[in-house]
Design a binder for this molecule. Structure first.
Ligand code: EPZ
Length: 420
């Protein structure tokens, strides 16, 4: 994407459906047999299309109905589905690990390639497998493929997650839905995606109770039924455009947001002196007289500051008035974007899991490379604020999570263009 920077963004956009909520909620359809799961507000993204392909490859018919202001998918599930997940499709997206729980629970067995590492860290699924084993699954790994099976049904039980892993929480909630008896999972992830998944499980008849103590209680049931659920708005996409508005000193509105989902971001932006107001499900960003103050940020599992907004915040703080720090405590290596920002004139030093960001007056356009989805987004908003022209290469990473980002930015007055 070629960006001509320095233009204050102006106008109104609407948040897409949340990628990280849609992926597990779509996998819920694999618990059905001869029934339909209908989902509203499913974003049109690479990763979503990969998940649709994975689900269709198992035998489900996905009816996609998209129009100007409608994005609905109906998953019509046959009486029988396959339990071997396509390797080349699964290797395209780590989120394919979310098929483990529902396919094992509904078929009694599943084969799925172990997800590979990626640029932000090792990304193991040991907590997913440990929980499934505790529910009675036999698990073997042979040349990179996970083979899980269970005689009869999985058994409900109390499970403690060593880390509030989002994916492990989601897989085990789906597995527990058809298990025999009650499952209680402690120390679960608290991301809003978990609430969306709980709602999707309830809509097909699974009794799910999220407890304030950071646990969830699920009664395994014999049979589920068709259901209809809506995907929540994408809090990470929202944060990305908020920071784009701030970095270009623009005046924008973002509609269909859930303010409580971005509390941590808003608190840090307020601390940094950003000017914005929130009314119901709309946030309005105002031009500020002065650049952001420097702040210290530490990423944490929800409701802490989200790791998925860390690169974008790094870009915003690279032009703050002083020295900021960001500590990345969730992933091992989520600072690859810093070197690319430094090529645009930023002054970011990394030591292990801490970035020290010395704010500069202005970034300068350069040719930079996206290394992962959120790093790509950080480079785009940096380019929007930089002086001159920026080219962000390897946009394939960005298309995984940002629906029509070129069109949305153009509608806000940005001079952006896709170049091959
Ligand atoms: C989800 O990944 C998101 N992906 C990630 O978003 C997000 O960064 C992450 O949650 C944290 O919020 C989807 O929802 C599809 P985790 P997930 O399991 O489930 C370690 C994006 O940009 N861990 O909470 O993989 C793991 O290595 C993506 O949209 C284990 O050690 O995250 C990591 O350090 C990037 N063993 C930490 O926990 C396990 O079995 C968080 O992982 C599982 C996880």
């Amino acid at each position: 994407m070629k960006i001509n920077g320095g233009i204050p963004l102006k106008g109104t956009i609407k948040t897409q459906g949340a990628k990280n909520a849609a992926l597990p909620v779509m996998a819920v359809c694999l618990l059905l047999r001869g029934q339909t799961l209908t989902l509203d507000n499913v974003p049109d993204l690479y990763d979503i299309n990969t998940m649709i392909a994975l689900i269709e490859d198992l035998g489900v018919n996905a009816e996609i109905m998209r129009s100007e202001n409608k994005s609905q998918i109906a998953f019509h599930v046959p009486e029988e589905i396959k339990w071997e997940v396509s390797e080349n499709l699964a290797r395209k997206m780590r989120g394919s690990s979310l098929l483990l729980g529902p396919v094992l629970a509904s078929c009694g067995r599943v084969s799925l390639p172990l997800p590979g590492g990626c640029s932000i860290g090792a990304r193991p699924i040991d907590l997913h497998l440990k929980g499934l084993k505790q529910m009675g699954a036999d698990i073997e790994i042979q040349n990179g493929i996970v083979h899980a099976s269970v005689k009869g049904k999985l058994r409900g039980r109390r499970i403690y997650l060593d880390f509030p892993s989002v994916g492990a929480t989601e897989n085990l909630m789906m597995a527990a839905s058809l298990a025999k008896g009650e499952t209680i999972i402690e120390n679960i992830a608290r991301e809003p995606e978990i609430d969306n998944l709980a709602a999707a499980l309830r809509c097909i008849g699974v009794p799910v109770e999220l407890e304030g103590t950071g646990g969830v209680r699920i009664q395994g049931i014999e049979s589920v039924h068709s259901g209809h659920e809506r995907v929540i708005p994408d809090r990470i996409e929202t944060c990305t455009y908020i920071l784009a508005g701030i970095m270009t000193n623009g005046h924008i509105k973002i509609e269909d947001i859930v303010p409580s989902h971005i509390d941590a971001i808003l608190a840090k932006l307020e601390e940094a002196g950003a000017k914005f107001s929130v009314r119901r499900n709309v946030i309005e960003i105002f031009p500020a007289k002065k650049r952001l103050h420097p702040i210290s940020v530490k990423t944490m599992p929800y409701p802490g500051f989200p790791t998925d907004s860390q690169p974008q915040m790094g870009a915003a703080l690279s032009i703050a008035r002083g020295v900021s720090t960001i500590e990345e405590s969730v992933f091992q290596a989520r600072f690859l974007y810093a070197q690319e920002l430094n090529r645009m004139g930023a002054d970011i030093q990394i030591s292990r899991d801490v970035a020290v960001i010395r704010g500069v007056e202005r970034l300068k356009g350069a040719n930079v490379k996206a290394t992962d989805l959120r790093a790509g987004a950080a480079l785009i908003i940096a380019g929007l604020s930089a002086e001159g022209e920026t080219i962000v290469e390897d946009m394939v990473h960005v298309w995984r999570g940002y629906e029509a980002i070129d069109k949305k930015l153009k509608s806000l007055g940005a001079q952006v263009e896709l170049v091959s």
